[in-house]
Design a protein around this ligand. Structure first.
Ligand SMILES: Cc1cc2nc3c(=O)[nH]c(=O)nc-3n(C[C@H](O)[C@H](O)[C@H](O)COP(=O)(O)OP(=O)(O)OC[C@H]3O[C@@H](n4cnc5c(N)ncnc54)[C@H](O)[C@@H]3O)c2cc1C
Ligand code: FES
Length: 256
């Protein structure tokens, strides 16, 4: 798939809570085709330590209006500077990078996300719906405040939630939710993105129940296009670059 480098215009910066924003970015012309699971490398301007671009998943696409949404969790200098972008600012992206989620062979689909890992699942949910599949989402967070963008997910399918403190949804981790506690799961395919520990547990559940599972890794990255080898994942075929061979992998392909 052809790669681009473009200045997008920030047309909205919506603050969801103390650490998450959603940036809506306007493409200068016609937005090229992109697939769910792919990511962009964001150039972070005006940061003394941010000469490397930062990888961020494509959260949503509005083809009619040529806009892209990024869900950003502010954890360090780069993402904090992204969170300060204002309407009218430029945001330079290299995109679309990496591979993408596949479409399921059977229709009963669960998308499991935690933290900023929920970002690619919204775009995937929209893609599934456009292909006649009504997805279910299982989203986990530490507290109610960490459960973000729920309305957007609810427009696409049923949303289940867990919180570690039990403030909303099922108390515990995603694996404690009833949809993942049954011995005869009513799902044929799982897509997951979030903290590695969460994805490993979800992948184990999928393996034990013979459910196909795709995971989207968020390994540390630098170049984003296969040159620096800093993002490798250990697979049954040896080391693979998360930025070019991934970020999406069949969970059984990883040496987890
Ligand atoms: C394919 C991919 C997709 C991603 N999608 C999103 C997204 O949609 N939204 C989002 O908010 N973030 C996403 N991330 C994570 C994001 O890239 C990092 O949080 C960001 O690069 C950190 O930059 P920083 O300058 O803010 O923090 P830094 O100052 O670089 O780091 C701050 C702290 O975060 C840790 N850190 C840095 N990168 C990562 C990482 N990849 N995973 C875990 N810890 C990290 C560092 O070790 C350090 O402790 C994605 C990462 C990848 C690889
Ligand atoms: S980030 Fe450089 S090879 Fe993947």
């Amino acid at each position: 798939m052809k790669k681009y480098i473009d200045d997008f215009k920030v047309i909205k910066n919506e603050r969801l809570n103390y650490e998450y924003v959603i940036l809506t970015l306007q493409h200068p012309g016609k937005l090229p085709a992109m697939m769910p699971g792919q990511f962009v490398e964001v150039r972070v301007d005006n940061g003394p330590n941010t000469f490397l671009r930062r990888p961020i998943s494509i959260h949503d696409i509005d083809e009619a209006n040529n806009t892209m949404k990024l869900l950003v969790q502010e954890i360090g200098e780069g993402t904090k500077l992204m969170g300060q972008l204002k309407e009218g600012d430029n945001c330079n992206l290299v995109y679309p990078l990496g591979n993408s989620f596949s479409l399921p062979e059977k229709p009963r689909v669960l998308l499991v996300g935690g933290g900023c890992g929920i970002a690619p699942l919204l775009f995937m949910g929209r893609h599934l719906k456009a292909n006649g599949i009504e997805p279910q989402f299982l989203l986990g967070a530490r507290t109610e405040e960490g459960l973000i963008a729920l309305e957007a997910f609810r427009e696409l399918g049923q949303v289940h939630t867990t919180t570690e403190d039990g403030s909303v949804g099922t108390k515990g981790y995603v694996i404690h939710h009833p949809v993942m506690r049954t011995h005869e799961p009513e799902i044929d395919m799982i897509y997951t993105c979030g903290p590695e520990a969460m994805m490993k547990v979800v992948a184990k559940y999928a393996r034990n129940h013979n459910i196909k599972c795709e995971v989207s890794l968020e390994n540390h990255m630098a170049c984003g296009f296969g040159a620096c080898l800093c993002c490798v994942a250990d697979t049954i075929d040896g080391h693979k670059c998360t930025c070019t061979d991934g970020p999406v992998f069949d969970s059984t392909y990883l040496k987890w």
